[in-house]
Write a protein that binds this ligand. Structure first.
Ligand code: ADP
Length: 162
């Protein structure tokens, strides 16, 4: 069953959290900034070896000081009105993260609301993309978590799941 929770994703004790990073993987605002602060400076040192990440793709990093064992970095699309492939790219973020987790035999994964902050993807279509992807993998994981930061986002996720 998909769990919808409202918390800081960096506090989760889980196999893997997904980070909504940017193409440099060298840190940023929002959830990315929180992940770097909580994981500690070793994350930046490690990420410098990764060579960045394309939009819609994923790169794996250890959790370092996080309670999570692993960080799956993914780069969401910047919303540009919806005609620049944003939907397909956001779907790729979710599917590629889930496939990477499956390939590593992780049993627990948590996602933030990728692209819906600084990158401006409207929350309702983004949530539908997230939940549709997560539903496909519901039975593959022991925990599959949509981690919302705001009460408003949690309400949208819950309404669209129901
Ligand atoms: P993007 O650049 O992909 O839009 P943001 O980090 O700006 O990424 O926003 C993505 C989502 O992550 C937003 O819903 C934002 O409220 C949320 N968020 C920000 N900080 C955290 C956090 N510590 N834990 C979980 N979600 C967070």
């Amino acid at each position: 069953m998909i769990e919808i929770i409202q918390t800081d994703i960096t506090t989760l004790e889980i196999d893997a959290i997904v980070n909504a990073a940017n193409t440099s993987l060298l840190g940023g605002g929002g959830v990315d900034g929180a992940v770097h602060r909580a994981a500690g400076p070793e994350l930046l040192t490690f990420n410098k070896t990764l060579g960045g990440c394309e939009v819609g793709q994923v790169k794996l990093a250890p959790g370092f000081n996080l309670a999570a064992d692993w960080i799956i970095h993914t780069v969401g699309p910047v919303w540009q009105g919806g005609t620049r492939g944003e939907t397909e790219l956001l779907r790729s973020c979710y599917i590629n993260s889930l496939e990477l987790a499956v390939s590593k035999s992780y049993r627990e994964i948590a996602f933030p609301a990728i692209s819906t902050g600084i990158y401006g993807f409207p929350i309702e279509p983004a949530t539908n993309i997230a939940l549709t992807a997560m539903k496909k993998y519901e039975h593959t994981f022991t925990r599959i978590i949509a981690c919302c930061f705001s009460e408003a986002d949690r309400g949208v996720y819950q309404a669209l799941l129901d």
